[in-house]
Write a protein that binds this ligand. Structure first.
Ligand code: PEP
Ligand code: MG
Length: 553
């Protein structure tokens, strides 16, 4: 028995037989070509891109999972990226490189560029490029691109150096119980797909391909990162028990889906979902979320090449409203600035962007652009229960200034005979120390609070939420953050307004009972966590949880 470690990328326990998946071995020589070979090499390259695109298109058409389709569509875009193609052809033309070498050197320089960017998302796009590279280079060199994961024995554990989305696309998923790879990150597409399939996955498992052989019996623990090779009988039977308990737990969660979030003491709470697109709202309501506790609108702006027009926004908010079937949706007004930029708007250089012109501050500066959004939201409010939520508030004036703009928009809509919800609720996110300390004054001017613990934690603790050097200090369980949360919940109660939480903490397994005891009534979490939170609520009494808060002080 031997135990290795990996990073947990998807929860679960897999017990099965290892299949060590080895990819084609590709060598690229450092040779150069003569001038009259250039045209042939360019043709080889162009044909390989075309063949690879056709193969990916074919995979898109047979793929059963939406996430896989998205990944493959992203692959198609990367493969046909004009910069990638031009740069490769330049290397053939100017450096006399053969097509394989030209393509490899271009891809290497692009990957290095992605890896130097301190952003998990872009790093993961570098992983996509590596994936696309293998397919295309096989086609350039006329090496068969292996698809050997399409027929597998029952309970197979796939061990690989770098398991890419293309590998998983044709995978015989019904027979796979876990994935382990030496490379990859927690946010890579493979992790996302493993999560969707509901199987355990570990990434960053150093040298796993060296230590595990095909046919070894392996246990993969997606909770603590252990990979146990050829376990003894005792370990094996204790893991079989753990796995079966976890599978039972998942079955229990399934049953909870259609039941209300009612505690054992009889109080029914709201378990909402966070969303950033119409698709995500649909997913949330499939999970029976009580509403959308946070609809992030910044993605609409970030995925556009211009400030989205009123009509463009209206169509989206209307679809969101319609998807909700009468349940409420809190649309958060544009929360940009900080680390979120727009390709078509030049932000001033700021020393401390997270303390700079972001959230409501920027909107109140760009009033015309803000009014376009408010008008689109108000118009959509005729199609469902929409509420307006303001981010990054620090003072009553910001609420009053926004309400003044809302009144101006309402006045125009009335004049134009356009319908909207005249009693639309306007609430705020509590994300700053100022909003905690002035919660009472803010409550008197708000219809609801929603605690944004992602930002609140960074501002209370003065710990940048994206800085990996101090990631160990970023802790929402810190007593100062918990005391802040308690002040806000109590203030909302005293002022008779509702209080939810839409930061990640609301979906943290270990925090649910604590928050229940602190008096939180609305949890807004990612769709995949709705049942889990509901399950915890349904199996507890609020009074039994009341003391947990004191244990953290
Ligand atoms: C938060 O800060 O908790 C929040 C929900 O907003 P975002 O993560 O979008 O900043
Ligand atoms: Mg925030």
């Amino acid at each position: 028995m031997n135990t290795l470690k990996g990073l947990c990328a998807s929860k679960g326990i897999g017990i099965g037989t290892a299949y060590v998946y080895v990819k084609p071995f590709i060598t690229i020589e450092n040779n150069i070509i003569t001038n009259d070979q250039k045209e042939t090499e360019i043709n080889i390259f162009n044909n390989a891109i075309k063949k690879s695109s056709d193969e990916i298109n074919n995979l898109i058409s047979i793929s059963k999972l939406d996430d896989q389709k998205h990944v493959l569509t992203a692959h198609l875009e990367i493969l046909n990226d004009i910069a990638l193609i031009d740069e490769t052809i330049n290397k053939i033309n100017n450096d006399n490189f053969p097509s394989d070498r030209a393509f490899k050197e271009t891809v290497d320089s692009f990957i290095a560029m992605f890896e130097n960017i301190d952003d998990e998302y872009l790093k993961a796009r570098g992983e996509d490029l590596k994936d696309v590279y293998v397919r295309a280079i096989c086609n350039i060199k006329n090496i068969p691109f292996t698809d050997s994961l399409d027929t597998l024995e029952k309970d197979t554990i796939i061990i690989s150096k770098d398991l890419t989305p293309s590998d998983t696309i044709k995978m015989d998923v019904d027979n796979v119980c876990a994935l382990v790879s030496e490379l990859g990150s927690k946010t890579s597409h493979t992790s996302i797909i493993a999560n969707n399939l509901g199987i355990a996955a570990l990434v960053g498992a150093n040298d796993v391909c060296k230590h595990v052989k095909t046919s070894d019996v392996v246990i993969v623990d997606g909770f603590n990162g252990n990979i146990i090779i050829n376990p003894d009988d005792e370990t094996l039977s204790s893991y079989i028990k753990k796995r079966d308990e976890y599978l039972q737990h998942l079955k229990d969660l399934e049953k909870v889906k259609d039941l209300p979030a009612t505690t054992l003491c009889g109080e029914t709470l709201s378990v909402c979902a966070n969303a950033g697109s119409v698709d995500e709202c649909v997913k949330a309501f499939e999970q029976n979320a009580s509403g959308i506790g946070l609809f992030r609108t910044e993605f609409i702006y970030m995925h556009s090449n211009h400030f989205p027009t009123e009509e463009e926004q209206f169509e989206i908010y209307k679809d969101v409203a319609k998807s909700s079937n009468g349940k409420y949706v809190k649309i958060r007004t544009l929360d940009i600035g900080g680390d979120k930029e727009l390709p078509y708007y030049e932000f001033d250089e700021e020393e401390n962007p997270f303390l700079g012109l972001r959230g409501i501050r920027l909107c109140l500066k760009l009033k015309d652009i803000f009014k376009v959004q408010l008008r689109a939201i108000l118009r959509a409010s005729a199609f469902g229960t929409i509420q307006i939520m303001l981010p990054m508030v620090i003072s009553v004036n910001e609420i009053l200034d926004t309400k003044k703009l809302i009144d101006e928009v309402k006045f125009d809509l009335d004049k134009e005979n356009i319908s909207y919800d005249k009693n639309i609720k306007v609430g705020i996110m509590i994300e700053t120390p100022a909003s905690v300390l002035n919660a009472d004054e803010l409550a008197k001017n708000s219809d609801f609070f929603s605690i944004g613990t992602n930002d609140l934690t960074q501002y209370i603790l003065a710990v940048d939420r994206g800085n990996s050097n101090i990631a160990n200090l970023y802790d929402t369980f810190h007593s100062a953050v918990l005391k802040s949360i308690k002040i806000v919940i109590d203030s909302a109660k005293k002022n008779n307004i509702s209080c939810g939480m839409c930061g990640e903490f609301a979906g943290n397994d270990e925090a649910t009972k604590l928050l229940l005891g602190m008096g939180l009534k609305e949890f807004s979490v990612s769709s995949s966590k709705v049942s889990q939170v509901k399950h915890t609520i349904r199996t507890n009494k609020i009074s039994d949880c009341a003391n947990i808060f004191n244990e953290y002080l």
